[in-house]
Design a binder for this molecule. Structure first.
Ligand SMILES: Cc1ncc(COP(=O)(O)O)c(C=O)c1O
Length: 361
């Protein structure tokens, strides 16, 4: 049975064409496959010859375009990923949404695309989530995943940046991204990004280029590639959707930002939490051989990924050069367990947020 809605015609200054029948009651919110269920509405705004048009909220659904559309042919397409969480009083709250806005505009600069004004990004997302707030799942890992997307819409064959763009935001109710600790494969065979390239941008093409190596990793029983740098093929970068951290002895290590990896918002939050709570932290180049040596000496105590989708994801094993490095039992991981409890506590309003990370947008 669909729920019949009485949607306002505008909210926070944004015009709304609402669905008449919500799909919500047809969804089993206790069993949501990640990224496959979409809420009722989406936000759409066009940028025409550099001028942003008024955003609108419309029913989630197909867009109209031709095969000549520039984004399809030349890949001018960037996106973001963030989550809205349900506060104990039921209100939707965002985690560091301003940082997602900033990063989207950094991606836009690198890909020669227009900046998205705060009034469209922040007010648009806030309004969309207000309208679809019933789609916010409950549960200890439930959230509404928010996907802002900007792509080139010129119908033009020829390599040049587009004159016209579409900004779309849609949302998915989600639960856990990984249900088990992850297995990563480090390989010298493929490279995700190089200095001067687009690694730090959340550009669609970065993910397309990673698919074949990731598929190879999956065929060997790993979840993802653990990317190594493009020059020396030994310094650890990140994995498909997460930044990575290692605990060697009592030091927490993560690769520094060199322009080849995404400036993860979870990464930045984790660094802040660790530093403010007296952990020894180093942001520096980390060779896969250093990890291998630490493992052989019994000093590799913990390894985990950080990201919006996965939050804090313990790494189970790392494959490299035909051998697996098996990490300790998750129950014995003090650092990632503490981080996971603390970060999730802040996101779900169970722990006071001392940083002003949570906001109603
Ligand atoms: C390639 C890549 N690295 C790292 C991350 C983690 O970034 P964040 O913590 O901002 O989600 C993501 C996810 O957005 C990603 O796609």
């Amino acid at each position: 049975m669909n729920t019949i809605l009485d949607t306002p015609q505008s909210l926070n200054g944004i015009s709304i064409t609402g669905v008449t029948n919500s799909r919500l009651s047809t969804i089993d919110m206790d069993n949501i496959p990640f990224g496959r269920i979409f809420s009722d509405h989406m936000l759409v705004a066009d940028c025409i010859d550099g001028e942003w048009q008024a955003p609108e909220i419309v029913p989630y659904g197909a867009l109209n375009f031709t095969p000549a559309m520039s984004a399809l042919n030349y890949g001018q397409s960037i996106f973001e990923g963030m989550k809205a969480y349900k506060r104990p009083d039921g209100a939707p709250v965002f985690f560091r949404i301003m940082d997602n806005h900033k990063r989207m505009n950094l991606s836009a600069t690198r890909m020669c695309m227009p900046q998205i004004p705060e009034s469209i990004f922040i007010n648009g997302i806030k309004t969309l989530i207000e309208l679809d707030r019933q789609w916010l799942p409950s549960g200890d890992q439930g959230a509404l995943y928010v996907r802002p997307l900007l792509f080139a819409t010129d119908d033009y064959i020829g390599v040049k940046s587009s004159d016209n763009y579409k900004f779309v935001v849609f949302t998915c109710p989600v639960g856990a991204y990984y249900t088990k600790p992850v297995n990563l494969l480090a390989t010298k065979e493929f490279v995700r990004a190089s200095v001067g390239g687009t690694g730090a941008a959340k550009a669609a093409g970065n993910y397309a280029a990673a698919m074949m190596p990731d598929k190879m990793a999956k065929s060997k029983g790993y979840n993802n590639i653990l990317w190594l740098d493009g020059k020396d093929h030994q310094y650890i970068e990140e994995c498909g959707t997460m930044n990575v951290f290692f605990v060697i002895g009592d030091t927490v290590l993560t690769p520094r930002l060199t322009g080849t990896i995404l400036q993860g918002i979870t990464r930045n939050s984790v660094l802040r939490l660790l530093k403010d709570n007296g952990y020894k932290v180093e942001e520096r180049p980390i060779s896969i051989y250093e990890i291998e040596a630490a493992y052989n000496e019994g000093m590799l105590r913990d390894a985990f990924g950080t990201g919006t989708a996965a939050s804090i994801a313990p790494i189970n094993k790392i494959g490299f050069a035909g051998k697996d490095m098996q990490l300790p039992d998750v129950a014995d991981r003090k650092v990632s367990t503490w981080l996971s409890d603390t970060l999730n506590g802040i996101k779900y309003g169970q722990i006071t947020d001392p940083y002003g990370w949570m906001s109603e947008a």
